[in-house]
Each structure stands twice: as C-alpha cells, then as structure tokens.
Design a protein around this ligand. Structure first.
Ligand code: NOJ
Ligand code: NOJ
Length: 429
C-alpha cells in the first residue's frame, strides 16, 4: 500500500541529474545522493495524497502526517514535477500525486477539531491527532498555501482555470477551496502567538511570521489575478502589517535575527536568540523581498556556525579521508536537548546542516566572482559534512550524534531527504 508507482521509474534512472561543469571535481556522492533522497521522499508519499513524516512507529513514533512536513515535501515535488529537466514519463505521475495531495488537504481542512486549521498533526486516515501537543502551530496553513499557490501558478500557465477555481481558489466565503481557506486563516490569526515549528514554545516566531507574510503577499497577487479584488487588498494590508513586525526581530546588539519575540514561559532553558529556523524561513521564502536583511541573515548564520562548531565535538573532525573540508554540523538551536527520542542532549540535524548550504547557494546567485565562489565553497563543505555521516545506503535519519557522528532519531525522515533535494537544486541548478 505504501509502495508508490513512481519508484520503478525512479530506479530506471528517469530523473536527470544536472551536473554543472564548474563543479565537476566535487565528490560524486553529492550527485548520487540526490537520486537516493528523491527515492527516500517518494517511499513516504502515500497514493491517497498524505505523506508520512517517517516510517518509525515507536521510539519515536513519527507515523503521522504533519501539515508542515507535508507542505514542504510537496513543494519540493511540485518543483520537480514541473521542471522541464525532469523526464516527461515522471512528470505525469508526479503531477497526479500532486492532485491526490490536494484532495487529501481539502479533506483534512474540513475536520474542524480542536484548533481547526492550526492542528499540526494527523493520523494517516485523515483524523486529527488529538493527543496533548503543542497547538496551534500556525506555520502550517501558510506553508500549505504557498505550496498550493505554486500548483495554481502551473495550472494557470496551462490554462486550467476551471481546476484552480474548483479546488484551489474561489472568492466565495465561507471558503471551500484549499488556498482561500488557508489565506483567510492566516490573515485573521497571524498576530496571535502559536507554537513554533519545533512544537515546543509559544511565541511570535520569525519562521511562522515570514511564512505567513510570504503566503499573504503571494496570495494578494493571486486574488487580484482571479478577480477577488477586495480580498487582494485585505491580504496586502495584512502582509504589510506583518512586515512591520518582522523588522523588529533584528537584534540591535549582535545584528542577528532573533528567532522569537514575546515568548510565553515554558522553555526556560532556551535563552539565546539563535535558531536555525531563521535560516529555514529565509530559504523557503527566498524571493528577494527580505533582501534588505541579508546582512542580518549572514550574521545569524555565522553565529550559528560559531556556536555549533564549538558545542558539537563531531565538528572537531574537519576533513574527510580524501582531505575534503567538512562544513559545520548544525543543530536546531544551542540549548536543544531533544535527542530524537528522549532528552539526553541535542545533536546536529541533516535539515539544519543542509539549510546552511541552501542559503549560501541562494545568496551566491546574487553575487559574482570571488564572493560567489567563496559562498559556493562553504556550501559544498556543508554537503561534504552530510555525505560524511551517511550510512552505506544513503539513508537519512533526523539527527546524527554530536560525539560519534552516527545517525539517530526517526529513520528515513522525509524532511531530511527533502532538505537534500532543495539544497541540491539551489546549489546545482
Ligand atoms: C517532539 C517534537 O516534535 C520535537 O520537536 C520536540 O523537541 C520534542 N517532541 C519535545 O517537545
Ligand atoms: C519534530 C520536528 O521538531 C518538527 O519540526 C517536525 O514537524 C516533526 N518532528 C515531524 O518531522
């Protein structure tokens, strides 16, 4: 039931791996791991449209569909499904899978249990998981809307306005279409505190707010295009209001971007302002509108490098057996104690380590000459670091141990693989 028809195509090598001539000398495993990561993602995608966060059913149990993980996963697949470099024989089934995902999301939007669209986690039969949990998590609807809008862009390009109006965006209120429902929720709730992407702390989070800003800014343009003029103006006003809050996250002393403001008590040991979620927010919404904060973003990343290099002993290994430089293994935030199952101490995460690579590559495309090369070089070392901690099968768990470097936490974590896909596509376009 979990084996998707895409796997055979994939094994037949139907996906093209782009190889840029400028980086021909890099470790070939960086390229082959792209195929492996794609396979890792597709194994966790269900024919009915849901995505399991990880096949691990105990210690930890990640056998659920998280709105955030799924939204990010499907966004990566939308990119691949509509990329002309992807073989036509693969584009069609992937596009079919995207339609299945839309049905899945429309169904779960209708659950209306507990915090409604703020619910973070669902059973694979579509029911809300009602266990005690950090809720609401208001990044979810924003992330999902952004992914669905990427689909809407493609459908509009193909002239499929009927499909867009039926499933994705229609002006009618109360909303019954995927994007409209999420945008209404985001527009009316962005100024409320919610739980962060790590599901631990209630506050106003930079990650959540930047996702909400991006959703409303893009949503405003889509609404206008579809003749929903009043809503377009409303979303734009809300987006501007969010922007005026986002600038307050810059820390005047260090120049870095704080991960949260107005925190509720609950996680007293999380004292510093640093969190990789700031970098995740920027790579997921890299459209230039934040460019005035590029310096603060770089300061944030440098601080994260500095802290984690010192904090995680595995970073004392600085080169692999061939002499290639290993970048900095990065965790979520310095005070993290979650070890992937319990609380014996935080570790580096694949998705954090790769977020740095993706950010540096995104930025490198805006630079020329030596500056560009320098950014690429650091990005490549981040890939080397990840390859260094893979097992023989290229599997990716959530974390790798801060001392031994061996992987731990949820096995075959979809988001780990997704982070590889998006970082790779940013670095080897
Ligand atoms: C599981 C969450 O998903 C993880 O992010 C968190 O650190 C732990 N629970 C502890 O709350
Ligand atoms: C824990 C992570 O903290 C959270 O961000 C993620 O959504 C879940 N695991 C599922 O992967």
């Amino acid at each position: 039931m979990r084996v998707l028809s895409l796997i055979p195509l994939l094994l037949a090598g139907a996906f093209l791996v782009p190889v840029s001539p400028a980086v021909a000398a890099i470790d070939p495993r960086i390229h082959t791991q792209y195929q492996r990561a794609l396979q890792g993602v597709l194994s966790n995608v269900q024919p009915a449209g849901s995505v399991i966060a990880s096949p691990s059913t105990s210690n930890p149990n990640y056998f659920y569909d998280w709105v955030r993980d799924t939204g990010l996963t499907m966004r990566a697949l939308v990119g691949i499904a509509y990329d002309r470099k992807t073989a036509a024989s693969v584009r069609a089934p992937l596009q079919q899978q995207i339609r299945a995902w839309i049905s899945w999301e429309l169904h779960r939007q209708e659950q209306n249990r507990l915090t409604g669209l703020g619910e973070p986690r669902f059973h694979l039969d579509g029911r809300v998981n009602e266990d005690p949990w950090g809720r609401p998590q208001n990044d979810g609807p924003a992330i999902r809307a952004l992914t669905a809008m990427a689909v809407a862009d493609q459908w509009i390009r193909e002239g499929n306005f009927a499909g867009v109006k039926e499933l994705l965006y229609a002006p009618a209120l109360p909303a019954r279409t995927l994007i409209k429902r999420d945008l209404e929720y985001v527009a009316h709730h962005w100024n409320e505190k919610s739980f962060d992407l790590w599901e631990e702390e209630q506050a106003l989070h930079y990650y959540t707010l930047l996702s909400q800003y991006a959703a409303l800014a893009k949503g405003s343009r889509l609404a206008k295009r579809l003749g929903d003029t009043g809503a377009s103006r409303y979303y734009e006003v809300q987006a501007r209001a969010i922007q005026s809050v986002l600038v307050q996250f810059r820390d005047p002393y260090s120049g870095a971007i704080r991960y949260a403001l107005d925190k509720s008590p609950g996680l007293p040991h999380k004292k510093s302002i640093l969190d990789i979620s700031v970098i995740l927010a920027l790579i997921q919404n890299f459209d230039g509108s934040f460019l005035e904060s590029t310096d603060s973003a770089m300061t944030t990343l440098k601080e994260l490098f500095r802290v984690f290099r010192f904090q995680y002993p595995v970073n004392r290994i600085t080169h692999d057996a061939t002499g290639a430089p290993l970048g900095v293994a990065l965790g979520r935030y310095p005070e993290d104690i979650y070890d992937g199952n319990g609380f014996t101490g935080g570790n580096p995460w694949f998705l954090s380590t790769l977020a740095a690579a993706e950010f540096l590559c995104d930025l490198s495309h805006l630079r020329v000459g030596k500056k560009r090369d320098a950014l690429m070089e650091i990005a490549l070392s981040q890939f080397n670091r990840v390859i260094f901690h893979l097992d023989a099968h290229g599997s990716m768990r959530e974390q790798f141990n801060r001392e031994t470097g061996y992987q731990q936490g949820a096995r075959d974590l979809t988001w780990s693989y997704v982070s590889y896909l998006t970082a790779y596509r940013a670095c080897f376009p």
